[in-house]
Design a protein around this ligand. Structure first.
Ligand SMILES: [Zn+2]
Length: 122
């Protein structure tokens, strides 16, 4: 059994019901949830929900420092998470940086393939 590569790599249209798609709060581009990090607010801090199972609203972000700084500049996190007031982003920034580097290393945009089955309706 061989899979044609064009099928699995790029699927912008007609892929509904197969892979959930979210919009990155940094670059505003849409991507499958497997390519994005889920960011949630926890006790006034932003944290990366690596397992995508924390309760509440989530903001989606590419593991990319450029997307992160864009999102911070336009205050996308408080808006996406419906949080009033300041959010401490230090820990989240650290995690995104680390994940961005590990993604570059492997040459793949996928973070943890085994988390794909976790579907979050937020
Ligand atoms: Zn992005």
């Amino acid at each position: 059994m061989r899979r044609p590569q064009s099928e699995s790599t790029r699927r912008e249209h007609g892929g509904y019901g197969v892979t959930p798609v979210r919009t990155c709060v940094g670059c505003r581009r849409r991507a499958s949830v497997g390519e994005l990090l889920r960011i949630v607010a926890e006790d006034g801090r932003l944290v990366v929900d690596t397992r995508r199972r924390l309760p509440g609203r989530g903001a989606w972000l590419h593991p990319d420092l450029e997307c992160l700084s864009k999102a911070e500049r336009r205050r996308a996190f408080p808006r996406a998470l419906r949080v009033l007031g300041a959010l401490d982003a230090d820990g989240m920034r650290h995690d995104v940086k680390r994940l961005a580097e590990s993604c570059t290393d492997s040459g793949s945009s996928r973070i943890q393939p085994e988390t794909r089955k976790q579907v979050d309706p937020s």
